[in-house]
Design a protein around this ligand. Structure first.
Ligand SMILES: Cc1cc2nc3c(=O)[nH]c(=O)nc-3n(C[C@H](O)[C@H](O)[C@H](O)COP(=O)(O)OP(=O)(O)OC[C@H]3O[C@@H](n4cnc5c(N)ncnc54)[C@H](O)[C@@H]3O)c2cc1C
Length: 396
């Protein structure tokens, strides 16, 4: 039986980051993935992810993203590839907003985090927003937080770079291989079984994204797997205004609905369109059963409700779309750590809830530190599974 210091189950955002960090620190590490990452079956595809420094989902996330910015810089230098693109970030809200982007008080918490961590930002009123971003149809009661360093992370490139570097540092990768079971042994080690092989590891990191529930069906009490659709709509007019040097990433609270929308500048030329999405919180699905097709009716509805009223020059032709999965916990939390009463050699990380990519570099580093030394430099205790609210507790 082959033996490793650490085995990582799942090489998406979090797993590829952990593999890179562990390999770099000289550990004997194996990463296993059911597919050949980066791939389009989980949560880490779609060409772009928003990154921002002041985190409205809670002050405890900001140290993770700030460290992630540093790691991304290091990865870009090592690989010569661009992972982060600075565009600035515009978070639009209004006094009467009932929209919730991931958590309540997102806007207020974002400003508090910016002040706490000395992050460069400006507050804009409706007139300021219209002047700077004339293609947005801004209502009189809307205002915005603008963050200078917010921008785009390229998820597929980030994963490829970290896997390539991990291999250069000596990591082993088993692609197209599914872990069937994990068993904590009396000697403290963990037996990891795939269809073809059985491995032993001192520590196992489970970063299985939406498939986590296959390995831990009991986690269904914490997490919902949710179908999300990304849309690229054609730019009919004002193309220059949508280019990344003029148009930022944005998160825009709905008015007057509960929905929010977010999106990106035109990254792929005039014919590439702009990518816009609106987070969806029901119904639950699974990675196996999710409908991965997007109907014409669905994209037409998205255009009429979330695009046409808000953006000048964006046409209704949907150039492409992609289905992606959130693994969502209540209040958009992350669950990271081992489980009380179980072996501490198995460490689970579900750090998604629709906002995990920007943090994944530091989450991977922290997971590596836990695997090697039992604790991480950035305190992850507020993300422990004991802190997660069970779904049924909320519903009752
Ligand atoms: C539409 C959408 C938009 C988003 N927007 C943003 C954003 O703007 N900003 C942001 O920061 N975040 C965003 N996120 C969240 C972010 O993308 C996720 O948090 C992140 O991709 C989650 O990565 P992961 O590693 O947990 O899961 P995944 O990337 O899904 O990786 C899990 C991996 O585990 C493998 N696996 C699973 N089970 C097994 C097994 N038994 N054996 C072997 N391998 C296994 C899978 O094949 C997969 O490769 C968005 C997510 C979606 C879906």
């Amino acid at each position: 039986m082959q033996s490793f210091d650490t085995i990582i189950v799942g090489l998406g955002a979090a797993g590829s980051a952990a593999l890179y960090q562990l390999a770099r620190s000289g550990a004997k590490v194996l990463g296993i993935d059911s597919f050949s990452p980066p791939h389009k079956m989980g949560s880490s595809h779609g060409e772009s992810r928003i990154t921002r420094k002041a985190i409205g989902e809670g002050g405890e996330y900001t140290p993770l993203v700030l460290r992630s910015f540093e790691i991304v810089d290091e990865l870009e230098k090592l690989s010569g590839r661009m992972i982060y693109q600075k565009t600035g970030g515009l978070m639009i809200s209004n006094e009467n907003s009932i929209a919730i982007h991931h958590v309540e008080n997102f806007f207020k918490t974002t400003i508090e985090a910016a002040q706490t961590y000395n992050i460069d930002y400006q507050l804009l009123d409706a007139a300021d927003i219209r002047k700077r971003f004339p293609t947005l149809n801004i209502a009189d009661d809307e205002y915005a937080y603008f963050e200078t360093d917010a921008g785009i992370i390229k998820p597929e490139i980030a994963i490829s770079v970290q896997l390539d570097l991990a291999e250069e540092y000596g990591a082993a990768i088993a692609r197209n291989t599914t872990v069937k079971s994990l068993q904590a042994l009396d000697n403290g080690k963990v037996k990891v079984e795939t269809a073809a092989k059985t491995y032993l590891a001192a520590k196992v990191l489970v970063t299985a994204g939406p498939w986590l529930l296959n390995l831990r069906p009991d986690f269904a009490k914490y997490f919902s797997v949710l179908r999300q659709v990304l849309y690229w709509f054609e730019i009919e007019d004002h193309y220059q205004a949508y280019l990344p040097d003029k148009f930022p990433i944005f998160i825009w609270d709905g008015r007057p609905s509960l929905e929010s929308r977010y999106g990106f500048p035109a990254l792929d030329g005039r014919d590439g369109g702009i990518k816009i999405a609106s987070p969806r919180y029901d119904p639950e699905t699974t990675a196996e059963t999710v409908d991965r097709t997007v109907s014409a009716k669905e994209s037409e509805q998205m255009y009429q409700e979330q695009v046409k009223p808000f953006f000048k020059g964006i046409g209704g032709r949907c150039l492409k779309s992609a289905v992606c999965l959130y693994t969502d916990a209540r209040h958009s939390r992350f669950g990271i750590g081992s489980l009380e009463g179980e072996s501490d050699a198995i460490i689970y990380a579900s750090a998604c809830s629709g906002h995990g990519f920007k943090h994944s570099f530091a989450v991977g580093e922290a997971l590596g530190q836990i695997a090697l030394c039992g604790e991480s430099k950035i305190d992850l205790s507020s993300f422990g599974f004991d802190k997660l609210e069970a779904k049924q507790e909320h519903e009752s």
